[in-house]
Design a protein around this ligand. Structure first.
Ligand SMILES: Nc1ncnc2c1ncn2[C@@H]1O[C@H](COP(=O)(O)OP(=O)(O)OP(=O)(O)O)[C@@H](O)[C@H]1O
Length: 924
């Protein structure tokens, strides 16, 4: 015997098919949820939880939403990362005996939703499928709302998987369970809620019919498997035609520059690190697109800069012409402005959810195409002319809509009022019948008023009672007996019908019903016709997006005086007057200081950049990476001149994102990143490491930093920018032929430090850390104390140096005495060598002068603070930090002093530290 009522039994059977989703179970005008679904949904949607008798011993938890407002509730659940299965009544309840049949008609998931907040205008909503076979990993990505479908594969690589998924930022991932496990355990920076579903069912036959045999034949087996799994999931959940998926874009990852998620984030390509907002990102700066598909394409191009010089040059050629032709750019912009989101409109047409307004939006968009095409065809740009030649204006489709749909159709497609008069003869006849019927009723009203003498008599209509004659109670006595049949009583009026009104009502309603049905049929016929043309419209949308991206990049390049980069297949990266595009754009009065970059195979492939905090090191290093990305995506670059070699990958190791990575220390993250870098970087890569070696003890950090730099120099040979607080690493310039020291210039004036933001050759030797702490507003007492401690530490260090010097002199004298005894002039030689290596006299040292920091400032007059924009810093303007004393013991002391974390020492620890130094100095 069944435990529950038949209805609940039916519910439970259907629920079996949608265990991982909320089941919206249609009961009349409501979607109801039961059991645990109801308990959870009532919380998530803040709706009332009730109970219902269902045959069991206890009431069954239940909640529901009206069917006409279900859309909003479904979207809310999807935004929260749930799936929703919609179960409809498949039979008309009024004519069915017993239980109506109910079936799931669609499962809405985060990756398959077509509307709502999850689906942003200017970004894609991808779902990704991952598979593994024979040591190869495959990934397919699909945006059902735009009809894009990509697939690719590589030999097993977890990093690759992470990077590729990072590019798509999917809302849902399906596929191989083991791979899902790996992906969900990897922490992607800032990734949103992703819904995972293990899935292993293929639908080869469906893929072959959907995309055609030639497309199937072109795909490698592992990619077929991946697409097949994805299509099987889509067809299983959507349960309808996937007409918007018309082509499979199969690509090789090697076609694009590799940008891992951390690099994309560190460089703030599409959103900022802190606020995670588009504002302030590279995308934000470059996005002057007028259409949503243009905006999405721009984002895809930023995510995937090219590696093919000829393809980049094609893009640059279009940008160059538009850069120089303001009027053409404006004309294009005006035409693009009027174009709606064709990809999504087409998606809705294929999905069967497009309404009259959507078709009109398509029509209005298509009207712009001839002039857009003409503008491109007439332009001097070969790329634009090619785009024009490849543009099918789809005027036949525009006409179809134009002929059929009224200018302002209603939202609903079921209530009529969509189709134009003259489109369909039968429909016109029904319309005539209905309007003449209504005219007859208006005449009847006048007739009845005259016959009864009741001026306020009126004829009305409502859905329940149909047409009626309404007479106020005060006039009832004027009504003749017999002819009027009472239908409804209101507070101060009575409603009646007459036989002739009833008859006419039948005719009018019948005509109206037929009219509405016919309109719907005609509308769907038109929509289906358009559905067969989806791939033409999608191609058109691609062309429009491309034109839009070119005009956007040209507009930004022209506004900020970017220049066309010279692309090179060689190694050298040479930029004059380079600027950080985003930082510059938010600064007023051209306050940004331009800096050149010279990275060459011979002699300067690694720049080791030192300089105080706040000097502009990070900005500069990001600028170098961004210029490469801009050039390779086909945009002009912010510089006076730029020769940009094609970079296959950019690695960045910049601290800012560390806090978001759960469970791992900053240091471990840094080391893991460096490990990937050592494994994957090629001579064509660009490496950017900010503050290498921080996060562990000074000496170990410095040792690791040196070893990493040496490895990059000797084994990878790629271009690299490394910033560090370890000024001591400057000596690497002597042993590594490809490394050059640079620093960010500063000027001291009184007790102020002026950041000149100018990159100059040579190393810096002071961090101005305490100064920056003061700028940050730390209490004066802390600042004073820090300076006090620093002075103590420095004096201790200098004393140790002096003592070492004394000991060295003594050793030297002993040595020269013994050499003299041997009768050579070695004593003089030894002395000369020593003095070369040690430029300070003991008098300098006894005065305790700080020789650090100000060395590079000697190029400016004592009191004069130069304008950083005009300040000339010559190549020789900066002296290197004195390599004071070369003996390891003394270097050890200096290192300990420089690396001392004074800010975090208690006075007692500081004293202890000084004492330790003293003991060490005594031993020398
Ligand atoms: N070339 C430049 N022209 C003008 N302003 C700049 C320039 N470079 C950087 N700045 C400004 O200087 C500030 C500090 O820059 P940045 O963060 O790059 O310094 P940093 O040397 O990396 O400091 P830290 O070591 O503390 O991270 C930024 O707010 C930036 O706006």
């Amino acid at each position: 015997m069944a435990k529950y009522t038949p209805m609940i039994e039916q519910y439970l059977n259907v629920k079996e098919q949608a265990k991982d989703a909320f089941l919206f179970f249609r009961l009349g005008d409501f979607y109801e949820m039961f059991f645990d679904d109801a308990i959870l949904a009532s919380k998530e949607l803040e709706i009332t939880l009730t109970g219902r008798e269902g045959g069991g011993t206890e009431k069954i938890p239940m909640c529901g939403v009206p069917y006409h407002s279900a859309e909003g509730y479904i979207q809310r659940l999807i935004e929260k990362g749930y799936k929703v299965a919609i179960c409809e009544q498949m039979e008309d309840a009024s004519v069915t005996k017993g239980m109506v049949r109910r079936e799931i008609v669609r499962v809405v998931t985060p990756g398959t939703i077509m509307d709502g907040k999850v689906v942003h205008d200017k970004s894609n909503n991808y779902m990704v499928c991952v598979t593994e076979a024979g040591g190869l990993m495959s990934l397919s990505a699909c945006d059902l709302s735009t009809g894009e479908l990509y697939v690719t594969s590589v030999p097993w690589s977890e990093e690759w998987l992470r990077d590729e998924i990072g590019l798509y930022e999917p809302s849902e991932i399906i596929g191989d369970a083991a791979l899902l496990e790996i992906i969900s355990s990897q922490s992607l920076p800032g990734s949103r809620n992703i819904v995972y579903t293990a899935w292993d069912r293929r639908e080869d036959a469906l893929v072959r019919t959907q995309f055609g045999e030639p497309a199937w034949a072109r795909l490698e087996e592992e990619r077929r498997a991946c697409v097949s799994l994805l299509i099987s999931y889509l067809s299983e959940t959507q349960k309808r035609s996937l007409g918007q998926l018309t082509q499979i874009a199969s690509y090789e990852p090697g076609q694009y520059m590799v940008l891992d998620p951390f690099t994309r984030r560190n460089l703030e390509l599409v959103e900022t690190v802190r606020e995670r907002s588009k504002k302030g990102s590279l995308l934000w700066l470059l996005d002057r697109t007028e259409t949503s598909m243009g905006a999405r394409l721009l984002r895809r191009r930023i995510d995937k800069p090219l590696l093919s010089r000829s393809r980049i040059e094609e893009r640059l050629e279009a940008v160059e012409h538009l850069y120089n032709q303001y009027i053409l750019r404006e004309d294009l912009r005006m035409a693009l402005k009027e174009i709606y989101d064709l990809e999504r409109l087409v998606g809705r047409i294929a999905f069967g959810s497009a309404n009259g307004r959507d078709l009109n939006a398509l029509k209005l968009s298509l009207r712009q195409i001839p002039s857009l095409k003409e503008l491109c065809a007439q332009s001097p740009s070969e790329t634009l002319r090619r785009v024009a030649a490849d543009t099918d204006i789809c005027d036949d489709l525009c006409e179809l809509i134009e002929d059929a749909i009224v200018d302002e159709p209603p939202v609903s497609v079921r209530d009529g009022g969509i189709i134009k008069p003259g489109y369909h003869e039968r429909l016109d006849e029904f319309r005539e019948a209905s309007t003449s019927g209504k005219r007859w009723i208006a005449e009847l009203e006048a007739k009845e008023r005259a016959a009864t003498g009741i001026k306020s008599l009126k004829i009305g209509y409502n859905k329940v009672f149909g047409y009626f004659i309404e007479v106020t109670k005060s006039n009832l006595s004027s009504l003749p007996e017999g002819r009027y049949e009472r239908k409804q009583t209101l507070a101060n009026a009575e409603r009646y019908v007459t036989p002739e009104l009833k008859e006419k009502e039948g005719l009018i309603l019948e005509a109206q019903e037929k009219m509405v049905d016919l309109e719907y049929a005609l509308f769907t016929e038109l929509r289906d016709k358009l559905n067969t043309q989806v791939s033409r419209l999608q191609k058109l949308a691609e062309r429009i997006a491309e034109i839009d991206v070119y005009q956007s990049l040209a507009a930004v390049s022209a506004e900020y005086r970017f220049v066309k980069p010279e692309l090179s297949d060689g190694y050298d990266y040479i930029v004059e007057g380079g600027r950080h595009p985003v930082v510059e754009s938010v600064m007023k009065d051209s306050a940004f200081i331009a800096n050149g970059t010279d990275l060459r195979k011979d002699g300067s492939s690694i720049l080791l950049i030192t300089g105080p905090n706040m000097a502009g090191k990070s900005t500069y290093m990001r600028q170098v990476a961004l210029l490469s990305i801009l050039a390779q995506l086909g945009c002009f670059v912010p510089a006076e001149r730029a020769v940009i070699p094609l970079v296959d990958r950019i690695f960045t190791r910049i601290g800012a994102a560390d806090d978001l990575i759960g469970g791992q220390s900053t240091f471990m993250v840094e080391m893991a990143d460096i490990q990937v870098m050592t494994e994957k970087a090629t001579p064509r890569s660009l490496i950017i490491i900010d503050e290498l070696g921080r996060g562990t003890s000074t000496s170990e950090g410095m040792a690791i930093a040196q070893a990493v730099i040496e490895y990059v120099h000797d084994h990878i040979g790629c271009k690299a920018l490394v910033s560090t607080h370890f000024h001591e690493l400057a000596h690497l310039q002597e042993s590594l032929g490809g490394l050059k020291n640079y620093s960010m210039a500063v000027q001291e004036s009184g007790d102020k430090v002026h950041f000149l933001r100018k990159l100059i050759p040579g190393a810096a030797d002071s961090s101005y850390g305490i100064y920056c702490a003061r700028l940050a507003g730390l209490p004066g007492s802390i600042i004073d104390r820090a300076y006090g401690l620093l002075q103590g530490l420095e004096q201790a260090s200098l004393a140790a140096v002096a003592s070492e010097h004394g000991a060295a002199l003594q050793r030297e004298e002993t040595a020269s005495a013994s050499l003299a005894a041997e009768g050579t002039d070695g004593a003089v030689m030894a002395r000369e060598q020593r003095e070369d290596a040690f430029p300070y006299t003991p008098r300098d040292l006894s005065h305790g002068e700080r020789k650090g920091g100000v060395v590079q400032l000697s190029i400016f007059g004592e009191d004069e603070v130069p304008d950083p924009r005009t300040a000339k810093v010559g190549k020789d303007g900066h002296a290197m930090a004195p390599e004071a004393v070369q003996t390891p013991a003394i270097r050890g002391i200096i290192d300990a002093v420089k690396g001392a974390d004074v800010m975090n020492m208690t006075p007692l620890q500081a004293m202890q530290f000084l004492n330790d130094l003293k003991i060490q100095a005594k031993d020398i």
